[in-house]
Design a binder for this molecule. Structure first.
Ligand SMILES: [Mg+2]
Length: 107
């Protein structure tokens, strides 16, 4: 499973379970060169999922199997966690746990 197939699967499932989805993905700026046109600190997580009905917000960095976090990604996840956010690094092998989390209705 490629990273983009994995992302699509997570996004599709999240939408199905009533989450609003914010997803940033890189664009090709010239042949062979990809960049995500954002300003601010680099490395913001791939996905922000919000379920307003439940007051639920999740930040997730998605990685292909064996993929590693950049320094910026680490900094963002650490900062968000310190600020009380629910953060994840999700790999394709985590699909079962992802489905469990996104399908869960908080009490
Ligand atoms: Mg990623």
């Amino acid at each position: 499973m490629t990273e983009s197939e994995f992302q699509s699967a997570v996004i599709e499932y999240a939408k199905m379970r009533g989450w609003m989805v914010m997803h940033t993905r890189p664009a090709q700026v010239r042949p062979g060169r990809w960049a995500t046109p954002l300003s601010g600190n680099p490395g913001f997580p791939d996905l922000v999922l919000v379920r307003p009905v439940h007051g639920d917000i999740v930040f997730a960095e998605l990685k292909k199997e064996g993929g590693r976090l950049s320094i910026g990604q680490k900094a963002w996840l650490t900062a968000l966690k310190a600020a009380g956010a629910e953060v994840y690094i999700w790999y394709p092998d985590d699909m079962e746990a992802i489905v469990r989390r996104l399908g869960r209705t908080p009490s």
